[in-house]
Design a protein around this ligand. Structure first.
Ligand code: TTP
Ligand code: MG
Length: 351
């Protein structure tokens, strides 16, 4: 196979940067987007923080109460405005799409591009990436970080290497050297649990991981172990898959107090269904799947989904499916901390 050139593009502090676009007075300020902190009593999480706010130790997925403790009074807390973020995401994706040999959007603020047909070497690739950054900046006023590498794994690592506003290229002959000092957490699929298992083997850096045999990794991680062995050497053959649309849209809500009250749970799910529906209608999507998420007070989390016999664009279908799906969870007499609604199998409607 000839040398591939892959880009990974990731917008910087995306939700927070969008808020700055809506209100220029926030530029350069410490901004946290997420649940209402309620002066430290809030129960949701941080969606993201501007780089100025990250200096206080605030980060994505952190309980908002902790963010308040770390930075209350010093940062501006804002509730998310998903419809606006979706709009900005679509603008960026449209810019990226026109450059494609293959384009794969990945979540709301990330995409992979395969530019191998168009670009012939890594020097040209860097110039091209710079051009893309400038066009995104000019058309949306957002900054992004771009990683360039011979595959998706390395492009993704490179885009995260010098955030924000970064542009990093990992050349094929520098791959092993580049990977060695990095934490295994940089590798796709390595979360806190895998990290812990690796730590038990005495493995922290990718250099440590390179010393473990494929057999041993398969023993511990199953099929993923074999991928890990390859990843530690910078090997990843996965293709950039064409995906012109978001695959799902979701919203969730953490209750102020854990609850068993079916009326409150239904009302909240209904509101979330309406929020999701607003986005669907705006983008003129049809959906083929409805799902819910339930988190109990002890953080045990379940998802349930239902595939529609025929794709739909009606609010009624989201609402009735959500009601059906939640019922078994209400019978258990356990308190619920969070609920979420997701619609998936999205496709654009023809008309
Ligand atoms: P990320 O790209 O992970 O984060 P980011 O764009 O805010 O910051 P970075 O500069 O490091 O890329 O996620 C994109 C958006 O997705 C983020 O702005 C908010 C949302 N998000 C959550 O709501 N919860 C999360 O736990 C994470 C990681 C992201
Ligand atoms: Mg981002």
């Amino acid at each position: 196979m000839s040398q591939r050139i892959i880009f990974h593009i990731d917008l910087d502090a995306f939700f927070a940067s969008c808020e700055v676009l809506k209100n220029s007075k926030l530029a350069g300020k410490a901004v946290v987007v997420g649940a209402d902190p309620k002066e430290g009593r809030g129960r949701g999480v941080v969606s993201t923080a501007s780089y100025e706010a990250r200096k206080f130790g605030v980060h994505s997925a952190q309980p908002i109460s902790i963010a308040w403790r770390l930075a209350g009074g010093r940062v501006i807390f804002l509730l998310p405005d998903f419809a606006f973020y979706e709009k900005m995401s679509a603008k960026v994706m449209k810019i990226l799409q026109k450059y494609v040999d293959a384009f794969e959007s990945w979540g709301i603020d990330e995409a992979y591009l395969d530019v191998s047909e168009k670009i012939h070497n890594f020097r040209e690739a860097k110039e091209f990436a710079q051009k893309i950054k400038e066009e995104i900046k000019e058309k949306t006023k957002l900054t992004c970080s771009i990683g360039i590498g011979p595959n998706k794994l390395l492009a993704k690592i490179a885009s995260g290497y010098k955030k924000p506003d970064g542009l990093v290229c990992i050349l094929p002959d520098k791959v092993l050297e580049f990977l060695k000092p990095l934490s295994c957490r940089e590798l796709i699929g390595v979360g806190p649990k895998s990290e812990e298992k690796l730590a038990r083997l005495g493995v922290k850096t990718i250099s440590d991981l390179q010393k473990i045999s494929r057999e041993k990794l398969v023993d511990i991680f199953g099929k993923f172990g074999s991928s890990l062995y390859d990843y530690s050497r910078g090997i990843d053959e996965s293709e950039v898959k064409e995906s012109k649309e978001r695959k799902s849209i979701s919203c969730e809500h953490t209750f102020e107090k854990d609850t068993q009250n079916p009326y409150l749970i239904f009302a909240t799910l209904n509101k979330l269904a309406q929020e999701v529906f607003k986005l669907i209608r705006k983008e003129k999507y049809h959906f083929g799947q409805v799902a819910i998420k339930v988190r109990y007070e002890n953080f045990e989390t379940h998802t349930r989904q239902s595939v529609l016999s025929e794709s739909s664009s009606k609010f009624y279908d989201i609402k009735t499916k959500v009601r059906e799906l939640i019922l078994p969870f209400l019978k258990k007499g356990r308190s619920i901390r969070l609920v979420g609604v997701k619609v998936g199998r999205l496709r654009e409607s023809k008309n």
